[in-house]
Design a protein around this ligand. Sequence first.
Ligand code: DX5
Ligand code: ZN
Length: 216
Amino acid sequence: MSHIIAPSILASDFGNLQSEVEMVNQSQAQWFHIDIMDGVFVPNISFGFPVLKQIQKHSTKPLDVHLMIVNPDQFIKKFAEHGTEILTVHIEACDHLHRTIQAIHAEGMKAGVALNPHTSITLLEDIIQDIDLVCLMSVNPGFGGQKFIENTYNKVKKLKKLIVEKNSKALIEIDGGVNAETAPKLLEAGADVLVAGSYVFGANDPKATIEGLVGL
Ligand code: DX5
Ligand code: ZN
C-alpha cells in the first residue's frame, strides 16, 4: 500500500477556513486530519462541532479526527454525525478501551488509538487486532509546530513487528513534526499515514508541499 498524507487543519488560517479546505480538496492529500483538544487532556483548546461542521460541509476527503479529550465515549455518536470516517482516541484517556473501540465501530467509523510519546507499544498487545489505526504521537500532544521526538522511529519499528505478528490490519499514523527530513525516515521505518500541520500550512506553496510528501 502506498502511504497516506493527512494535512492537519490545526495549522491552517481559520479566518479563511473554506479556502484552506478547498486547497486540501484540490491537493493529492488522501485524508484530512482534525485535532480536537479539550483543555483537560492536553493544555490547549482547539475547536469543536461548529467548526467541524464547516469542515464537513466543504471537505471532499475522509475526515481523520484525533480526539485529545477525556471521556471520549460521550461524543462518539456526535462525531459520526459530523462525517467522521476515522475516530482516534487516546489510550491514556480510556479506562475501557475495548468498549470504546466497539462503540466507534458500532457507529460505522474506523477506530484509531493514539499513544503519547511516553506510552509503550506493549500496551497494544491485546487490542491491536481490533483496531484500524495506531496514531503514534511524535510530539507531546496539544500544539502544532513542535520538535520531532527521535525515539519515534524505534516505536514505529516495534509497532510494525507487533502488527505483523498479530496479523492486524492496523495502519501506523505519525503525528507531530513531520517534514521533509523526518517523513522519508518514518516511511522507511514502516509508517503508513503521515500527519503534517505546520510543514504544509506554513509553506509558501502548501499544495506543492503536500504533493512532495505524497510522492515520497
Ligand atoms: C498535536 C496535533 C498534531 C499537530 C501536528 O497535538 O495532534 O496533529 O497538528 O502539527 P505539526 O505537523 O505542526 O507538528
Ligand atoms: Zn493530531
